[in-house]
Design a protein around this ligand. Structure first.
Ligand code: NAD
Length: 257
């Protein structure tokens, strides 16, 4: 398959300044898309844009707090000036820890705002654009923790589970419009977010090695591996996949104990 389906089309990637979102922005641009990086981190957003452009790709950074309705409306208005918006990846997210006893209301609200409500706000602005451009693809980044669980991640796991339900709902609502919505449930992926989590447990490299051994594949994943999955889900190769949670976890979620 050639890349004409994505070539010179606008792909918006929230959280595109780091980790999984950054890898999606780089991979999309490598395939010919105009990658629009929507992130609150201006320094890393501009660095990513620069990196893509130096490699011959097309990229723009639009500073966006994805929990802010006005900022998301501005993202839409500016991105549509760049070309036909046809693809969206909602990857912005943060990791929080706590049980029902230890999670503050503030931490709960922030986790829900960034990891869940933002996907609603951004999709609400971008779905009409994709519709008016004769369809395209949307990928939401959930987590294996939306399907399975570990201890002490009450709010995060709740938000990620809700993202899976949201994906199913959006998938059904928009399939007939040629807008294909799916989510990815990654296992442990080597990103700044995971490294922050590892630092809470001990020396980072040793913890990542230990976590990698817990995955049947024997290692943690790379952001590029998730990016390849996202590009597949955007592509015409996967058009019969609708509203699904695609697990990309090196086998982690299949373990009984
Ligand atoms: N890394 C993993 O192991 C892993 C596993 C499963 C799921 N995920 C999910 O993947 C997604 C990306 O995570 P990552 O590991 O790449 O993390 P990361 O920390 O490397 O990147 C997250 C990006 O989101 C941005 N962001 C945070 N709040 C924002 C806001 N309000 N507005 C705009 N941008 C904001 C950050 O600035 C950052 O650039 C998250 O949704 C995360 O929950 C990650």
């Amino acid at each position: 398959m050639n890349n004409s389906w994505i070539s010179d089309k606008v792909a918006i990637i929230t959280g595109g300044a780091s980790g999984i979102g950054q890898a999606i922005a780089v991979e999309a641009a490598r395939m010919g898309a105009i990658s629009v990086i929507a992130d609150i981190d201006e320094d890393k957003g501009l660095q990513t844009t620069e990196f893509i452009r130096k490699g011959g790709g097309q990229a723009h950074f639009i500073k966006t707090d994805v929990t802010d309705t006005k900022a998301v409306a501005k993202l839409r208005a500016e991105a549509k000036q760049l070309g036909a918006i046809k693809y969206l990846a909602n990857s912005a997210g943060l990791q929080t820890y706590g049980t029902v006893d230890s999670t503050s209301e503030q931490s709960w609200d922030k986790t829900m705002d960034v990891n869940l409500k933002s996907m609603f706000l951004v999709s609400q602005e971008i779905v009409p654009e994709i519709r008016s451009n004769e369809g395209g693809g949307i990928v939401l980044i959930s987590s294996i923790q939306g399907l399975r669980c570990q201890k002490n991640v009450l709010a995060y796991a709740t938000a990620k589970g809700a993202v899976i339900a949201m994906t199913r709902s959006m998938g059904l609502d928009h399939a007939s419009e040629g807008i294909y919505v799916n989510c990815i449930c990654p296992g442990s992926i080597d990103t700044p977010l995971l490294r922050y989590g590892a630092s809470q447990h001990g020396p980072v490299e040793a913890v990542l090695e230990e976590w990698g051994q817990q995955h049947p594949i024997g290692r943690i994943g790379t952001a590029q591996e998730i990016a390849k999955t996202a590009l597949f889900l955007w592509s015409p190769n996967s058009n019969f996949i609708i509203g699904q949670a695609i697990v990309a976890d090196g086998g982690l979620g299949s373990i009984i104990l």
